[in-house]
Design a binder for this molecule. Structure first.
Ligand code: HEC
Length: 90
């Protein structure tokens, strides 16, 4: 087991948040939404830097709702969900 407990916890919580709140748009093949595991699409977005993606997820951008519609989520959880979504594409 190479992952530390902290890293494991972060990726677990990112996955849980993604599955519960982000999947409905980012995992169902909706047009114009970057999908989980879409390497090419995410590459064009991660090139802006992770900070820009975190901010877009937290504050919203165009049809992307602030906090991904997760009213109860902390910013840390939303960031972990971004990491999970983007990390999946490497
Ligand atoms: C109601 C549908 C919807 C939900 C729910 C949703 N998203 Fe999105 N998301 C979008 C759309 C639409 C875009 C594309 C916005 C654009 O670039 O015009 C987007 C784009 C993004 C981007 C890229 C932003 C950028 O600047 O390139 C990130 C990161 C993201 N979403 C994260 C999340 C996370 C994390 C969640 C769950 C906590 C989530 N989204 C939930 C619709 C959604």
């Amino acid at each position: 087991m190479l992952l530390s407990a902290t890293q494991l916890h972060a990726s677990e919580s990112g996955r849980a948040t993604y599955n519960e709140y982000c999947f409905i748009c980012h995992g169902t093949g909706m047009p114009d939404i970057p999908q989980f595991g879409d390497v090419e699409h995410w590459a064009s977005r991660t090139s802006k830097g992770m900070e820009a993606l975190y901010n877009a997820a937290i504050y919203g951008v165009n049809a992307m709702p602030p906090m991904g519609l997760c009213d109860d989520c902390t910013e840390e959880q939303v960031k972990a969900a971004v990491d999970y979504m983007v990390g999946s594409s490497h």
